[in-house]
Design a protein around this ligand. Structure first.
Ligand code: TMP
Length: 211
């Protein structure tokens, strides 16, 4: 049992989760909650280095198993060093991606065995599970449009994961929905094609019962 609350945000590329998680953090703080906002991969100095490793183009890109273990190493670090202490102190921890990303991207996307991934993940987290997972579901068209807009705004190219191909992204999108269907209590599936304000309101409504 944890004293705080653990909420994760999930979804494919361009689903808007980084914006929405920030907005939820603001609302919770305004409601008087202590909030810790973190992300995966990343969230500690070492984990942020791993984030660069998995996203950058390279002559020696990680294969599917190595890629999985890099994400897993980042998770081990942030869970033990950041998330568990914050939960123990009573904070609301909001994490931009967590284990469901491994199941969707490395399981459904890369084709690795889901049960094996679950075992590795359980070793990594010591069994820590989110109290609530917000899955932002966007159509492939909106996802592509938002990614192009972000690249233009930041003057950057798509990263290695984003360039994985339409088939990969379609599989993981379907995978997220299947994962959500198996745990309807934990997941809130939110259609996120609409405006930032509309999605923000729906996210807030889905969190209300926890307050
Ligand atoms: P993002 O959080 O900025 O979208 O970038 C993280 C990228 O890493 C994104 O492409 C999803 C991917 N990812 C995995 O493939 N597996 C994982 O377990 C995690 C946490 C992220």
């Amino acid at each position: 049992m944890t004293a705080g609350r653990f909420i994760t945000f999930e979804g494919g590329e361009g689903c808007g989760k980084s914006t929405q998680i920030r907005l939820l953090a603001e609302r919770l703080r305004a409601a008087g909650k202590e909030v810790l906002l973190t992300r995966e991969p990343g969230g500690t100095a070492l984990a942020e280095k791993i984030r660069s490793l998995v996203r950058e183009e390279s002559d020696d890109p990680p294969n599917s198993r190595a890629e999985t273990l890099l994400f897993i190493a980042s998770r081990a670090q942030v869970v033990e060093n950041v998330i568990r202490p914050a939960l123990a102190s009573g904070a609301w921890v909001l994490c931009d991606r967590f284990a469901d990303s491994t199941f969707a991207y490395q399981g459904y996307g890369r084709g690795l065995d889901l049960e094996e991934l679950k075992r590795i993940n359980s070793f990594t987290t010591g069994g820590l599970e989110p109290d609530k997972t917000i899955l932002l579901n966007v159509s492939p068209e909106v996802s592509a449009k938002r990614m192009r807009a972000r690249e233009a705004a930041t003057n950057t190219d798509a990263d290695r994961m984003e360039k994985a191909g339409d088939g990969f992204h379609a599989r993981l999108r379907q995978g997220f929905l299947e994962l959500a269907a198996t745990e309807p209590e934990r997941f809130a599936v939110i259609q996120a094609d609409g405006s930032v304000e509309e999605v923000e309101e729906t996210v807030w409504n889905s969190i209300q019962p926890m307050l």
